[in-house]
Design a protein around this ligand. Structure first.
Ligand code: CO
Length: 479
């Protein structure tokens, strides 16, 4: 390496506490597995540790019977020197519908107050109006708490609309909207190495904001993609410690660290600390493989995702939906119908929930023997504009057939769906008998049924009285 080479160490966000286990073991890693290794994780010098949001909130309440806020506070306690990071679904927060702005603001406030540093905010249509409230809220509480960073994530996808000009334009808009950094979120592993170099170079020319790249190993190209992206100037890459890397998760942290050793991009991370972290998670991985929680199916290369540009999770959903209908032989036909449906509805990225909406409609179109003879409620909502605006216009013929004569909205999702008035007070009134902390109102807002079940469970643990049993049998409270 030439002596005058300018050093530009690449930084790493460790995903083992969020995306890695969401991708490999359906988000089931309990807090007790995480806590003993936090002090080591804290010593690496990571850019940040992704540890919250996405599906972790729902899974904690639903399956692990853990309070996600409690998890966050414990992780914060353990990471004294490292930034924590969460994934946030724009106006949907961590749930499945748009919320009024007061709920978005309160959620951001409590996330930062309980220990989050970086909030990564995305929208399934890349309609940045659906991100503005969350970005503004982060900036507001950053001023108050002295902590907090708004990162806007663009859902990466392919298609006619997604030219380099599109991504360059989005980078400028994100800078204008007040974000601190940009993430390119490639949930399906569609970004191939040379395209990544091109994309990062173009975006760097159009924004001064730091750029972070997030991809998955699903299609087998991820570490090469990182290599080219780093050479093109990307600032941060998302990796997972080796026992929870590869497959549908991220490239392995140790491998990327070693790759850049002795180059201008050298992370400077200590491999012996990384080895300690890997050693901590290795037995848990074995346990997950043994119990079947981690399936070898998610660990290989899924080449179909690259060839058909359909995310891995969407393919497996499709297969099981077709199986239920005894129509497995229609797989190829449905696969070919997906890009057509996607075009008809404005060519959105395929990420939750747009991936399910497009996939299910493609199945309907094939199985009914006539396109759009029947449409799902969600597909109709997408056409109505209830999720926000798509990059390309939708097919007018399809609109006329599916929602004839209906009024369509061009507003952001919260307004299109009528969530314009504050709703926090109503939500709090509905759940006040269970409230032990302000954060409980937010858990309830996102997952009313799941949170209520959790509150009942929590009460039973505290009092020895199980109201679930009492409700069911209408008998004396069992203790
Ligand atoms: Co991801």
């Amino acid at each position: 390496m030439a002596e005058n080479t300018v050093k530009k160490p690449v930084q790493i966000t460790e995903t083992v506490l969020r995306d890695a286990h969401q991708s490999l073991i359906a988000t089931r890693m309990p807090t007790e597995i995480m806590l003993p290794i936090l002090d080591k994780i804290d010593k690496v010098g990571y850019h940040s540790v992704e540890c919250w949001g996405g599906a972790t909130f729902d899974a904690s309440l639903r399956f692990l019977k853990e309070d996600p806020w409690e998890r966050l506070r414990k992780i914060r306690d353990g990471l004294k020197n490292t930034k924590t990071q969460m994934l946030f679904r724009g106006q949907n927060i961590l749930g499945y519908r748009p919320y009024a702005d007061d709920v978005v603001y309160k959620f951001v406030e409590k996330s930062i107050a309980n220990g989050i540093d970086i909030i990564r905010i995305f929208d399934c249509l890349n309609d940045i109006r659906n991100l503005q409230a969350a970005v503004d809220a982060t900036n507001k509480f950053k001023k108050i708490e002295g902590r907090g960073e708004a990162q806007v994530a663009l859902s990466y996808t392919l298609g006619d609309a997604y030219t380099l000009e599109y991504w360059a334009d989005m980078a400028k808009k994100i800078e204008e909207m007040g974000a601190d950094s940009i993430c390119i979120k490639d949930m399906a592993g569609l970004l191939v190495p040379y395209k990544a170099a091109e994309l990062i170079k173009t975006m760097k020319e159009n924004t001064k904001l730091p750029i972070q790249l997030h991809t998955h190993y699903t299609s087998g190209v991820a570490s090469m993609t990182y290599l080219k992206a780093v050479e093109a100037g990307v600032d941060v890459i998302d990796c997972a410690i080796s026992p929870f890397a590869m497959g549908t998760s991220q490239p392995a942290t140790e491998v990327m660290v070693e790759t850049f050793k002795g180059t201008p991009y050298d992370t400077g991370y200590d491999q012996s600390i990384l080895a300690d972290i890997a050693n901590h998670f290795a037995p848990y991985r074995e346990e997950c493989l043994k119990s079947g929680l981690m399936s070898t199916k998610v660990l290989g290369v899924n080449i179909k995702t690259l060839l058909y540009q359909v995310p891995g999770g969407m393919l497996s959903n499709m297969v099981s939906q077709l199986k239920e209908q005894h129509a497995e032989d229609k797989f190829q036909e449905v696969l070919e119908e997906i890009p057509r449906v996607r075009k008809d509805c404005g060519e959105p990225p395929l990420v939750t929930p747009s991936s399910q909406i497009v996939g299910t409609q493609a199945i309907f179109n094939v199985l009914m023997g006539e396109r759009y003879k029947m449409a799902t409620g969600e597909f109709k909502d997408l056409l109505r504009g209830n999720y926000g605006q798509t990059v390309k216009p939708m097919n007018q013929e399809v609109i006329d057939k599916v929602i004839p004569g209906e009024k369509r909205s061009t507003a952001r999702s919260a307004e299109a769906t009528g969530h314009t008035e504050p709703e926090l007070a109503t939500l709090e009134a509905e759940m006040k008998e269970w409230k032990k902390q302000d954060e409980d109102v937010l858990s309830y807002a996102l997952f009313p049924q799941v949170a209520t079940d959790f509150f009942k469970y929590r009460q039973a643990q505290e009092t020895g009285v199980d109201v679930n049993l009492a409700d069911k049998d209408n008998k004396a409270y069992p203790v």
